[in-house]
Design a protein around this ligand. Structure first.
Ligand code: 8YV
Length: 328
């Protein structure tokens, strides 16, 4: 149908999302559940009116330089937009949208799961039994982890997800500390009894658990650099459900190996799908394959958000989830 926009989707999406997309758009869906190659991405931007990429599609300057005259909207299936060169897109007059809000609670749940799992050695215990290694039976001094209750949680990035993590953590008896570009509104700070640290360095030195919940932008790349990671107490843990690039992964692996950081719960990595083998092989690390928002409900919600953004844009209105370079 010539009057419908050509919408190219890079990955397989939940069926009900695809059905709706076919109804509304001239949707070219991707049956192959694998990331597009650069050549395929270039072909897509050359022809599409709208591109729907995911975190696995790097829409960089090279790809955008090949964008055809019809491409006016990139409706990202995901909240993080670090897969897209926003500045170049803007200069070419291409609007970017994302899917904020609908994956907040799921990602906060996964963060909380890691906050609990790592200090309490959940995976170590479960793996030991699964591998049918000898369990000598209960002992007072065996498989001891660290208590969560009463400890200090330092959240880096107190946006939607960071705040949702704080609410959960508070219920588990953790005290809430956070570093953000600016303090959150007073009612939220009061509700969470949260302490704002303007200095990330100082916060890191005082926390028992650190949770990374900020987006990956040029300003947050290796925010947890080797120097900053060294400020963390040797009995403290790190959890990351945002983006691997925020942490210097090699430095983290080294520090955990050396016992200078107690352990980590990582859902994201610097060079996905590759993972530093030192992290993977360390029993103090719980590594997950980027599952933070991976719920059936969440993926459908994300798809619906993408559809609303495309539909609103095509109807000539400002899409609800427009991303501006200044937001990053
Ligand atoms: C997705 C995410 O797994 O939205 C994000 O930023 O990291 C996850 O929800 C994926 O990125 C979707 O493209």
């Amino acid at each position: 149908n010539a009057s419908k926009p050509l919408v190219i989707v890079t990955r397989k999406l939940p069926q009900m999302v695809e059905v709706r997309m076919r109804e509304l758009f001239d949707a070219r869906l991707n049956a192959d559940d694998r990331p597009m190659t650069k050549a395929e991405l270039i072909e897509a931007v050359e022809t599409a009116d709208v591109l729907v990429p995911t975190v696995t599609d790097k829409i960089d300057r090279e790809v955008l330089s090949r964008a055809g005259p019809n491409l006016k909207l990139i409706a990202n299936f995901g909240t993080g937009v670090d897969n897209i060169d926003i500045e170049t897109a803007r200069n070419r007059g291409i609007t970017i949208t994302n899917t904020p809000g609908v994956l907040t609670e799921d990602t906060a749940d996964m963060t909380m799961a890691l906050i609990l799992a790592v200090p309490r050695r959940l995976l170590e215990g479960a793996t030991l039994l699964k591998n049918q290694q000898d369990w000598p039976g209960w002992s007072p001094t065996w498989m001891l982890g660290h208590r969560i209750y009463g400890k200090r949680l330092g959240i880096i990035g107190m946006g939607r997800i960071g705040t949702a993590v704080a609410r959960r953590a508070k219920a588990f008896g953790l005290s809430i500390h956070y570093h953000n570009r600016r303090p959150v509104p007073e009612p939220i700070e009061q509700e969470l009894e949260a302490t704002y640290w303007e200095s990330l360095d100082q916060m890191l030195a005082h926390m028992d658990i650190i949770s990374v919940n900020c987006p990956h932008t040029p300003a947050t790349y290796h925010l947890l650099s080797a120097r900053r990671l060294k400020l963390i107490k040797p009995d403290a843990y790190i959890v990351n459900t945002s983006r691997g690039e925020v942490i210097d992964e090699n430095a983290l692996a080294r520090l955990i190996d050396n016992g200078e950081i107690a352990g980590a719960g990582l859902d994201v990595f610097e060079h996905e799908p590759a993972i530093n083998p030192r992290l993977l092989n360390n029993r103090r690390v719980v590594a997950l394959p980027h599952m933070g928002s991976a719920t059936i409900e969440g993926r459908i919600d994300m798809g619906e958000k993408v559809i609303i953004n495309i539909k609103t844009f095509m109807d000539g209105h400002a899409p609800p989830d427009r991303v501006f370079p200044a937001m990053l």
